[in-house]
Design a protein around this ligand. Structure first.
Ligand code: DHB
Length: 366
């Protein structure tokens, strides 16, 4: 019987709606991974089922239930936004199904089920690095601007805590809604507050619109530096942002310009197959597939607790650098880079100039 030789991975992504670029990037990365590595793992054929939740948590929950009960998937993966991952956590726990978070980045997600692990990043990992860099580089007074939900809360809190520790000052904490944000009113407040810099976290897909308004309102010309987590200089959009993005410094785990041999091949193969540049979501998807293939090889195709055990403690080289899945927390440990947007051969890139090695999630250490 053919079925016995197949394992299914259920990938739930926002393929439509406001976060569709995340779905597009991760689905593309999964297709590349299987084209490069074949469809066999643990002696079985790996079939990937991609489902569109349109970024709506009720859809994610329903699709996860169907994938577990009807399709008998060996793992769930994807999860483009924090609420979508959190909505699925109880299903992973009840069915003992390993769940690989490839995108969402609120620290607390991995604590929502013992079956959750992650190949993206956490906002505390990225934000703390910026709280160290900024005050050492002449930035003492800041305003923060984040999207008003899990990852924004994490970015604001961990950046603010660290910059205060480093004798900096937070003049104001501003927030915009996840759905259809309007940046004009908050940018006016930033102008009036006259900080040395504005620190920003926005989810992937919102950076270009923000950058445009930042430039149009003349904040760059008013001498207000723009800093943030790498979500705002997202490689999915960066090349179309124009000169307003030049010089913006961000901290994050992945840049398409990362100068390793493995990343150069990853970016070249991705662009040849898909005709666009991979971003940090793509690398989370590609590494998530590596994690699952390695896990299935170790569990000989078995799922549930055998597969979960095989996901914990894995160490491998990613296009971003070496990564580890901490066996205790199931959280990713990775290098965090400080990068500046520069133009090279007519294209905009996040050029890495500093690194903090093997950063654990600061959110797990409180
Ligand atoms: C999340 C979503 C994003 O697009 C991002 O860049 C970071 C975090 C989230 O919802 O967790």
């Amino acid at each position: 019987q053919a079925q016995a030789d197949t394992v299914k991975i259920g990938v739930i992504l926002p393929m439509t709606g406001q976060s569709a670029s995340t779905g597009k990037q991760i689905a593309a990365a999964i297709a590349l991974f299987q084209a490069q590595n074949g469809k066999k793992a643990g002696g079985k054929t790996v079939e990937v089922l991609i489902k569109d939740d349109a970024g709506v948590a009720d859809n994610t929950r329903r699709l996860a239930q169907e994938l577990v009960v009807n399709d008998k998937v060996v793992a769930l993966a994807g999860f483009g936004l924090t609420p979508l991952a959190l909505a699925t956590a109880p299903i992973a726990t009840q069915s003992k199904t390993p769940m690989v978070v490839m995108a969402a980045a609120t620290s607390a997600i991995t604590e929502a089920s013992p079956y959750i692990t992650r190949t993206s990043f956490t906002l505390p990992q990225a934000a703390v690095a910026m709280g160290d860099w900024a005050p050492k580089n002449g930035i003492k007074k800041v305003v923060t601007l984040v999207t008003d939900y899990g990852p924004g809360n994490d970015a604001e809190r961990y950046f603010a805590d660290r910059i205060l520790l480093n004798s900096g000052q937070v003049l104001e904490k501003l927030r915009t809604p996840l759905r259809s944000p309007d940046f004009a009113p908050v940018l006016q407040k930033v102008r009036d507050a006259k900080p040395d810099a504005l620190f920003v976290f926005l989810p992937s897909g919102q950076g270009a619109q923000f950058m445009k308004q930042f430039g149009e309102r003349g904040l760059d010309k008013a001498g207000i530096k723009l800093i943030g987590t790498g979500d705002i200089t997202d490689d999915d959009q960066l090349n179309d942002m124009g000169d307003v993005a030049l010089g913006v410094v961000t901290t994050q785990h992945y840049s398409a310009a990362h100068p390793s041999a493995m990343n150069k091949k990853f970016v070249a193969d991705f662009q040849a197959m898909h005709k666009f540049r991979p971003n940090f979501m793509a690398v989370g998807g590609w590494d998530g597939m590596r994690l699952l293939y390695n896990g299935l090889n170790a569990s000989k195709g078995a799922g549930n607790d055998a597969l979960m055990a095989a996901l914990k403690g894995q160490v491998f080289e990613s296009p971003r650098g070496q990564i580890l899945i901490d066996a205790q927390t199931r959280e990713i440990v990775q290098d965090i880079y400080t990068r500046r947007v520069e133009k090279k051969d007519g294209q905009l890139w996040n050029i890495e100039f500093d690194v903090q090695k093997s950063v654990k999630d600061p959110g797990k250490q409180k």
